[in-house]
Design a protein around this ligand. Structure first.
Ligand code: SAM
Ligand code: SF4
Length: 329
C-alpha cells in the first residue's frame, strides 16, 4: 500500500495541475460566454508553489503530471514551469493539454522543456463550426499549432474532440481521416454535464455509438496499454494505420474503479475527483508556513477520503462548486 492509496485500494500516481483559470476560447460546453469570475492573481499558486507541491506529491508517489487549465499557454513562461516540473525526482512523464491556439510558437519550447505528451483540443475541422463552438476565431492557429507539435517531435500527440449530437457528431469520420493522414491519435470525449453548460441527454453520444459509427467504415483493433501510468482512454488502432482512436467514457462506462488521478486547482486546492465538490486548501498550508509533514498528512487524508465513484449526471449539473477551467479538465 503506497502513500497515496485510498480506501478502495486505488493508487494515485497521476497529478493534473491547473495553472490558470483563464482561457482565450469560450467552448460552450466548458465556459460561460461571458467567462468566469476570475480569482485575484494573488489567490493563484505561483510557479514556486506549484513546483513545491508537485515535489511533495512526487515524493508520495505521483509519477505523471499533466499541466492543464483553463488554457495553460496563456500563462506566461509556461515552458519554464514545465522545465521545473520535468526534472522533479520521481516524475517519469510530463504532459500538457492545450487548445492549440498559441501552440505554434510554443511547441518547440515545450518539447525542449521536457514535455513528452501533448493533447490538443479541437472539436471541429471546419472553421465556421469551430467559431460556433468556441465563440472565438483561431481555427487556423490550432491547425498550425498541431503542425508545430508534429515538427517539434513530441512522442505522443493526441487530438481531443468532445462529441455532441447535432453539433459535431457528423465529423467523427473526418477526425478519423485527420488522424490517419497525420499518423496521430484522436480521442473522442463523451460530453459531460457541468453546472451551466446546458448538458442534456439528447445531445449525449455514448462511446458505443461513436465506436459503432466508426466501425461502419474502419476496423478498430483494441490496443493493450503498456504505459507505466495509464490514462483513462480506451484505445484502438485504426485499420492498419499508425493512427489510433481513443474514447473517454466518463459518462457511459465510468472508470472510477481504476482512477489513479488527483488534481491541483489553480488556487491550490487538492481535488481527488474532477467532480468533487471541494478540496483541501494546500495553498493555505503552504502560505502559513506549515511543515512538509503537515502538508503530506493533509494530502494523504484527502486521498484516503476519496469517494468510490462520481454521482449521476443530474447531481453533477447542480454541483455549483465546480468549474472545469479552475479544476483542469
Ligand atoms: N484549455 C485546454 C484544452 O481545451 O485542452 C485544457 C483545459 S480543458 C478544461 C481540458 C479538456 O476538458 C479539453 O479536452 C476539453 O475538451 C475537456 N472538456 C471541457 N468541458 C468538457 C465537457 N463538458 N465534457 C467533456 N469534456 C470537456
Ligand atoms: Fe478553454 Fe479548454 Fe474550456 Fe475550451 S475546453 S473553454 S479551450 S479551457
Amino acid at each position: 500500500m503506497g502513500n497515496l492509496t485510498d480506501r478502495f485500494g486505488r493508487d494515485h500516481t497521476y497529478l493534473r495541475i491547473s495553472v490558470t483559470e483563464r482561457c482565450n476560447l469560450r467552448c460552450t460546453y466548458c465556459m460561460p460566454a461571458q467567462g468566469i469570475r476570475l480569482k485575484p492573481k494573488t489567490e493563484l499558486l505561483t510557479y514556486d508553489e506549484i513546483e513545491r507541491l508537485a515535489g511533495i506529491l512526487a515524493s508520495l508517489g505521483v509519477r505523471k503530471i499533466r499541466v492543464t487549465g483553463g488554457e495553460p499557454l496563456v500563462r506566461s513562461g509556461i515552458e519554464q514551469l514545465c522545465e521545473r516540473l520535468s526534472v522533479i525526482k520521481g516524475i517519469d512523464m510530463l504532459a500538457i493539454s492545450t487548445n492549440g491556439t498559441l501552440l505554434e510558437k510554443k511547441a518547440k519550447l515545450l518539447r525542449n522543456a521536457g514535455v513528452e505528451n501533448i493533447n490538443i483540443s479541437l472539436d471541429s475541422l471546419r472553421e465556421d463550426r469551430f467559431e460556433t463552438i468556441t465563440l472565438r476565431s483561431g481555427h487556423a492557429d490550432v491547425l498550425r499549432g498541431i503542425e508545430s507539435a508534429i515538427n517539434a517531435g513530441f512522442p505522443s500527440i493526441k487530438i481531443n474532440a468532445v462529441i455532441i449530437r447535432g453539433v459535431n457528431d457528423d465529423e467523427i469520420p473526418d477526425f478519423i481521416e485527420f488522424a490517419r493522414a497525420l499518423s496521430i491519435s484522436v480521442r473522442f470525449i463523451e460530453y459531460m454535464p457541468f453546472p451551466g453548460n446546458n448538458w442534456n441527454e439528447s445531445q449525449f453520444i455514448s462511446f458505443n455509438e461513436m465506436k459503432q459509427r466508426i466501425e461502419e467504415k474502419y476496423s478498430l483493433t483494441p490496443l493493450t496499454r503498456d504505459e507505466p501510468v495509464p490514462g483513462p482512454a480506451k484505445e484502438y488502432q485504426i485499420g492498419s494505420s499508425d493512427a489510433t482512436a481513443g474514447f473517454i467514457t466518463t459518462m457511459s462506462e465510468h472508470f472510477c474503479g481504476s482512477c489513479n488521478r488527483i488534481r491541483l486547482t489553480a488556487d491550490g486546492r487538492l481535488r481527488t475527483c474532477l467532480f468533487a465538490k471541494d478540496g483541501v486548501d494546500l495553498k493555505r498550508l503552504l502560505r502559513a508556513g506549515a511543515p512538509r509533514e503537515v502538508i503530506e498528512d493533509a494530502i494523504r487524508s484527502a486521498v484516503l477520503l476519496k469517494w468510490e465513484k462520481h454521482p449521476d449526471p443530474e447531481e453533477l449539473m447542480t454541483n455549483q462548486d465546480r468549474e472545469m477551467t479552475a479544476i483542469g479538465g
